[in-house]
Design a protein. Structure first.
Length: 113
């Protein structure tokens, strides 16, 4: 059973027999080439129980490519972390090492705070 009526809740009824309701599809951003990315590597201490984490922000691309880059960084550094909400979180203060690794991968990375 196709329950597409749930997508149309709140839409006014049309008397036009040729009316076709279309929903707005949100396009996922395509991943830019590494040379076009401008990544900022900073450190964050807020709301983390006193622990420091390295944040990589500014990535433009799909969530899967972000996770793949995060996985590569975590593997090379041998630490934990996550990649979600358009930023990569790496446990610990690894700003200088992350900048070197990203530049080695071809990204435009600079050290933030």
């Amino acid at each position: 059973m196709n329950n597409d009526w749930k997508d149309r809740l709140g839409v006014v009824f049309s008397t036009n027999p040729d009316f076709k309701y279309t929903t707005a599809q949100e396009e996922e951003a395509t991943t830019l080439a590494p040379g076009q990315q401008r990544l900022i590597v900073g450190i964050d201490r807020r709301n983390r129980g006193g622990k420091q984490v390295t944040l990589v922000t500014g990535f433009v691309g799909t969530a899967e490519d972000l996770k793949e880059l995060g996985r590569a960084l975590k593997t090379k550094l041998g630490v934990g972390g996550s990649a979600k909400d358009d930023e990569i979180t790496i446990q610990g203060d690894f700003r200088d090492k992350v900048v070197e690794l990203l530049k080695g991968m071809g990204y435009n990375a600079k050290r933030g705070n």
